[in-house]
Design a protein around this ligand. Sequence first.
Ligand code: GN1
Ligand code: MG
Length: 361
Amino acid sequence: MENAIDIAKKFALTSEPVKAEGFGSGHINSTYRLECEDGSVYLLQKINNHVFADVDGLMNNIDLVTSFLRKKIEARGGDPMRETRNIIKTKDGKNYYQSEDGTYWRVFVFIDHTIVLQVVEEPKHFYYAGKAFGNFQKLLADFPAEKLTETIPNFHNTVSRYRDFERQIAENRSGRAEECAKEIAFARRYDWVARTLYPLIAKGELPLRVTHNDTKLNNVMLDEKTGEPVCVIDLDTVMPGLSLYDFGDSMRFGTNPAAEDEKDLDKVYCDLNLFEQYAKGFLEECGDSLTKREIELLPMSSITMTYECGIRFLADFVDGDHYFKTERPEHNLDRARTQFKLVADMETKLDEMHKIVAKYV
Ligand code: GN1
Ligand code: MG
């Protein structure tokens, strides 16, 4: 079987690859920091093709989106090699390589002098994350959405997510459903949350835009010295979606001062100061283009996206951990618990969130 170095040799690198080390913290793909003989560094990734069934469509999306962004970044005098992902093609000019064992690989330019955070360390980091994702949305406002493949159909369709959740609980492939009866009961008590955003698209109340759809704090690279945003990464789920998905998912991950998989739930809550930091940054960048209805729903989107992630983690736990990477048997359950703790906490803070949003529109 080909190892990471053999695979790297298929790509048009500046010199021979010599070292590949595990890197990053994504729950889906596997990432390596790749070093070459001449000292140049790249990012090598194995794409999870169980999650992304159409790798060709996925990589074509990333090629289209990054090419589009590069032009905009150049036009405003930015650095297109740092401020967006850049695909390194294979020696035969393809966006990815399929190895002999059927796995899929890609290489990106490595962006140095940046940090990626798992929790907010200084409030300004989250303000900058808000600016990064708000700006990302602004830059893609005139991207021709019809050119994009839907890499994961119904990705944020919370109505079908809830149906899948009930089906996986009923199937109980892991036999662990009883172990999490309390969490299942919570998910059912809050099932109304699944109907707060998605159905409004069909009713014409919310516009589809080109959105990132996976806006966790660790999907933005910040300058190691200043903390200012450098580059939005993890473009696998850039698809038509709601601005509210991007806003809410950032709040889900970033307003919690503890880790997504923290076992001590006393440490898990929604920090409203952090909520304010992100809201300010996001709205400064793209607030002008949001509709009244979108703005009204910004606070609620934090709950909806956190709930969605919670039922996905819980369903995967009961299903036997086939989707998200896990490091311990209870990992997905621990993650579901933090999400549900946040949902309940955010619910008590909705009024405050509305007051904060009102300050920046
Ligand atoms: C996954 O790949 P990563 O770790 O950035 C997941 C997101 C979840 C997130 C939860 C394609 O994101 O939807 O919100 O984990 N990505 C996919 O941390 O399912
Ligand atoms: Mg990621």
